[in-house]
Structure formats: structure tokens, C-alpha cells
Design a protein around this ligand. Structure first.
Ligand SMILES: *Cc1c(COP(=O)(O)O)cnc(C)c1O
Length: 371
């Protein structure tokens, strides 16, 4: 049976991604930092779609795209995007041949990694551009500052490598000012000890929280992730950013259930009177967090907020409506976006916006709009 004999049904769950808002937020990052940008597109551009978002960022002249692994780098290259790509974490042996062959820029955390890249580059007759990672307090990768100053001369002897940058990462830029200032000072101090600013073409430290919350005089590159997708880790900056992603679905059913009727798995909600309810075609199988169950999370339909009742199920949720209301089957429902902040959902789900964004599953269609 050919699929084309059936009418095309509207998507059950989709995200609308506003590309003008993305560009706006990118310019805020540029202005706020006064630096060049490494736009972070790991995890499918935070769920926004790796290839599409990377292509837009390329058109906005970002200096680098930041990814988590070689698989993401490969997808970007296979989409025909030429922007330099930077790997945000340590690499293992089996990934390195392809990294060198594709000319992806890794950050180096250990002497072993450096030597391994050096040998591969020599064998291939190329010089691999690398950045040095320094661990000023993230504890996830990089040389310890004292270690790096000691090893620099050995690193410089590896002529398969061209050390073009130095990087560190902030662990608490949206939580702990004292510690963040210590990290910035430690990074500055390390650069001084390695010979000063001019030794490194690229110096970078700041994620979104670092860009929005802190002045930083030793860097010329910043690595915004969350903020370009419209969410500020620092609340006071939120109004400067524009919403990029809206998660949407549709009402599949509207009806009235009697008093004493239980709603959803586990019967955590029971009506106290005859109640008008709407079923909506989205659930945790789409990445809408099950953890908001029982927390009075709200959705937006035709200009009003309505609460979710009972547990979020895999593909459906149930909404309580007032007795008199114009909500109908087929109506569009916003789970988060322009009207309901994704931050609100993240708080109710006891998690962070990063996790909500990256949790949107593949069955959710990504629609790109310019409005
Ligand atoms: C993910 C990541 C970023 C981006 O962080 P945001 O808080 O989303 O801006 C920057 N740098 C590194 C090393 C990262 O891993």
C-alpha cells in the first residue's frame, strides 16, 4: 500500500525553532563578550537539530562549532559545513585517526594524548592544530595548572602539533561567584606563566553563565551554548534573549468525566466533581518530562493556561478544563516556548533546561521558522 493514498496528518508533537531568535541571541553573546564565538552544538545542537543549526551558525560567521565527539563533527562535515570544529572533551585512541584526517581541533588533556596526536599527524604528513585544556576547577579534563607549566616545553617539541589555543571550563558560573572568580584568576595566571596572551591565538573559558555574568580580559573567544538557544542561566539576563524553541502538540480528545473518576496511571488524581478534560498527544516518549506529574505543570491552549492532571504517560497527557471553555479537539497546545518558559518546566521536573532540551526525542518533528 502506498503511503501517498492517505491524507497527510498533522504532527502529534513538534518543536518550532525560531531561527531569527537564534541569530539575535548569538549577537547578544558577541556584544556581551566582545569576543569571537565558538557556538556549542553538541547533543544535536541542544536538541535543536545539528545540521540545520550548524548551517545557520556558519552563515553567522562563528569562529568555531563546538561538539562533544567525532560523530557529531562528521555529521557537520558531511552536511557540507566548513566552519572549524572543536572537540570539547578528551578523546580516546580509536577516534584520533579520523580527527586528524578531518582536521578537527581537539583540546589536549594529557601528555599521552598529545604524543598520540603528534604521531598520527607525523604519519599523515600534517600538522594538527590543537588547544591545551587546563583544569582550573571543573575536574573533568585538562592539565592541572602547575602540571601544564612544567610540561609546556615537552609539548612544544611535538612538531606534529600546532598549539593554537588554551582553554578552561567554568564549573559554577551560575551558582558560585567566588569560585568562578578564582577560576578566571587561575586561568589568567596560567597563561602568564606559559608566556603571556600572545603565545595563544585563541584563549577561551566562558560558557553562557561566564559570558553573561563575568568580565574577562584574557580571552578572545567564548563558548556559548544554552544562551544562543534562548535561555539565560542567570535570571537577570533572561529578558535580553529571545525564545528559540517551542514544544507543541494537539488536543486529541475533549470530554467530561464524572465525579470520583481516576485519571492516568496509578490513579494519583481523582475528580471531585464532573470534570471537563482534554487529552493531548504528547508524553515522556517525546521528551516531555514525566517528573512533572502531580506538580500542577501547565500548558497553553488558545491564550490560556491549563493544568496537567495525573501522571504524564509515554504518548499522552490529560489536562483539566473549566466547565465553560472553547478548547476543542485538534487545538494546538504549547508545552513550553514563548508563553510557558522551559525554565518553569525544568524546575517542576527537578532538572535543568539543558536536560529538557537534549531530552526531546527523535520522533518530535523539528520545524524551522523565521518569525
Ligand atoms: C557544553 C559546554 C559549553 C556550553 O555551555 P552552556 O552552559 O550551555 O553555555 C561550553 N564549554 C564547554 C567545555 C562545554 O562542555
Amino acid at each position: 500500500m502506498s503511503d501517498s493514498v492517505f491524507p497527510i496528518s498533522p504532527a502529534r508533537a513538534w518543536v518550532e525553532i525560531n531561527t531569527l531568535s537564534l541569530k539575535h541571541n548569538l549577537e547578544i553573546a558577541r556584544k556581551q563578550s566582545g569576543c569571537e564565538l565558538m557556538a556549542v552544538v553538541k547533543a544535536g545542537a541542544y536538541g535543536h537539530g545539528l545540521e540545520m543549526i550548524s548551517r545557520i551558525l556558519e552563515s553567522c560567521d562563528v569562529a568555531f562549532l563546538g561538539v562533544a565527539n567525532i560523530g557529531e563533527a562528521r555529521r557537520i562535515r558531511n552536511a557540507g559545513i566548513q566552519t572549524p570544529i572543536y572537540l570539547l572533551g578528551a578523546t580516546w585512541e580509536q577516534e584520533r585517526e579520523e580527527i586528524v584526517a578531518r582536521g578537527i581541533t581537539p583540546c589536549i588533556s594529557t601528555m599521552e594524548e598529545a604524543v598520540s596526536f603528534h604521531h598520527i599527524a607525523k604519519r599523515r604528513g600534517v600538522r594538527l592544530v590543537v588547544h591545551l585544556a587546563v583544569d582550573t576547577g571543573m575536574g573533568r579534563g585538562g592539565f592541572l595548572p602547575a602540571d601544564l607549566t612544567e610540561k609546556l616545553s615537552d609539548l612544544l617539541k611535538l612538531d606534529g602539533l600546532s598549539i593554537e589555543g588554551i582553554a578552561s571550563h567554568l564549573s559554577s558560573s551560575d551558582e558560585d561567584e567566588t569560585f568562578t572568580l578564582q577560576q578566571i584568576a587561575s586561568f589568567q595566571d596560567t597563561i602568564e606563566k606559559l608566556g603571556g596572551l600572545e603565545k595563544f591565538k585563541w584563549r577561551h573559558l566562558s560558557n553562557s553563565g561566564g559570558i553573561l555574568g563575568y568580565a574577562n580580559h584574557c580571552c578572545n573567544l567564548v563558548r556559548p551554548g544554552l544562551m544562543i538557544y534562548g535561555i539565560s542561566p542567570i535570571t537577570s539576563f533572561q529578558e535580553k534573549l529571545h525564545t528559540v524553541m517551542s514544544l507543541k502538540s494537539r488536543v486529541t480528545l475533549v470530554r467530561t468525566v464524572p465525579a470520583g473518576h481516576s485519571i492516568s496511571y496509578g490513579r494519583t488524581y481523582v475528580t471531585t466533581k464532573p470534570t471537563r478534560v482534554a487529552t493531548v498527544g504528547i508524553g515522556y516518549g517525546d521528551g516531555y518530562p514525566r517528573q512533572v506529574s502531580g506538580k500542577d505543570a501547565e500548558v497553553w491552549i488558545r491564550g490560556n493556561r491549563y493544568p496537567i492532571i495525573g501522571r504524564v504517560t509515554m504518548d499522552q497527557i490529560i489536562i483539566r478544563l473549566p466547565d465553560e471553555c472553547d478548547v476543542q479537539c485538534g487545538d494546538e497546545v504549547e508545552l513550553f516556548g514563548v508563553n510557558i518558559s522551559v525554565n518553569e518546566v525544568a524546575i517542576l521536573a527537578d532538572t535543568i533546561v539543558w536536560e529538557i532540551f537534549t531530552g526531546i526525542t527523535p520522533r518530535v518533528e523539528r520545524l524551522y521558522i523565521e518569525a
